[in-house]
Each structure stands twice: as C-alpha cells, then as structure tokens.
Unconditional design. Structure first.
Length: 189
C-alpha cells in the first residue's frame, strides 16, 4: 500500500472514531439527569440533641461594610456561594431571585460572591447582578473567610441554616426552584 492510501485510510478511521464518540456522548448526555436531592443532615443517624452549628464568618456588602452570619441570628438563612463566571451559578440565580422576592420578610438570603481577585472580582460580581436585575442581597468574600469557614471546594454551594444557627441541609451544585423551596421549608420555624 502506498503512503497516500494509508493516509486516506487513517483519516477515514479517525473520522469514524470521532463519529462513534460523538454519538456515544450524545446518548449518555440525553440520559443523564442530575440529582436534585437535598443533602440533609436528617438522613444520617444522630442523637436527638446533636446539632450542626453554622460557623460564623465575615463578608462585605457593596459599600465595603463588614457583615457577619451572626448578624442574622434568630432568622433562617439561605447561604449561597457563587461567582459570575460560573455557568451553574448563573442557571440557578433566577430561581433564587424569584423565591427571595416571595420570602424575604421571613428568610435572610446571603448570596456570597466567591471573590478571588483575578477570575472573580467584586466589580465583576456587581456588574453581573446589575445587568441581570437581581434584587437579592449580595456579599463579597474578599478575604475568603466564608469559603474557608465552610470548606467550599466548588460552586455553587448552598446551605440552609435555621433560626437557631444550625445547618439543616446543604447542596453542592445548581439547584432548581422546587429544591430551593423544599429546603426553605426545612428551615422555617
């Protein structure tokens, strides 16, 4: 076989391989459904008096003032870690905004922007929220105090804290409106 035929045959085999990979990926993607189950501390056996207290932390509001989780003592809190460059974070934001508008008088929302100073800056986070017209309060983890306190390794991550300051449930990854509402019901008094 000459070189020209070998080259054409190699290209044809490679193209067939790419087609097989494409169709296999498409089939798997169509059948994949991410789990929206809430990861609850209620699922694990525990003693009746065992609680999981939410660690306090300091973040900053848009004006640069310090805000602590403990400032919301006595109020249930939805604590969400996000960034403007994160597609899953962006996908869940409309759900948070809608539910916030409905429950803001009884539930505190702490939408914490995971500012790293490079990929995510406070200016980028503020611009994204303004462009989208979201009304929930945003806070900036400029010193990564909140991320370290909770061991945040990926975003989005959302924690649901009851009025007594205990973590009731948490979810890593984007959540939908139904999941958000279900978790909020767990932290209502």
């Amino acid at each position: 076989m000459n070189t020209k035929i070998k080259t054409i045959l190699g290209i044809a085999i490679f193209a067939a391989f790419l087609c097989i990979v494409y169709f296999a990926y498409s089939a798997l993607s169509d059948n994949y459904k991410p789990s929206n189950e809430i990861q609850s501390t209620e699922d694990t056996p525990k003693q009746e008096d065992e609680k999981f207290p939410a660690p306090d932390f300091t973040v900053f509001n848009a004006q640069g003032n310090e805000v602590n989780l403990s400032d919301f003592a006595g109020t249930p809190v939805v604590l969400n870690f996000w960034a403007s460059w994160c597609p899953p974070c962006k996908s869940e934001m409309p759900h948070f905004n809608k539910v916030y508008a409905e429950v803001k008088d009884n539930i505190a929302f702490m939408m914490v922007d995971a500012v790293d100073g490079q990929r995510e800056t406070q200016a980028k986070g503020q611009m994204y929220i303004a462009e989208q017209g979201y009304s929930f309060p945003i806070y900036f983890d400029n010193e990564q105090d909140a991320a370290y306190a909770y061991g945040i390794s990926s975003i989005p991550t959302t924690l649901f804290i009851d009025a007594d300051g205990n973590i009731i449930t948490a979810y890593q990854g984007a959540i939908d409106e139904e999941t958000l509402r279900t978790a909020i019901n767990l932290i209502r008094e």
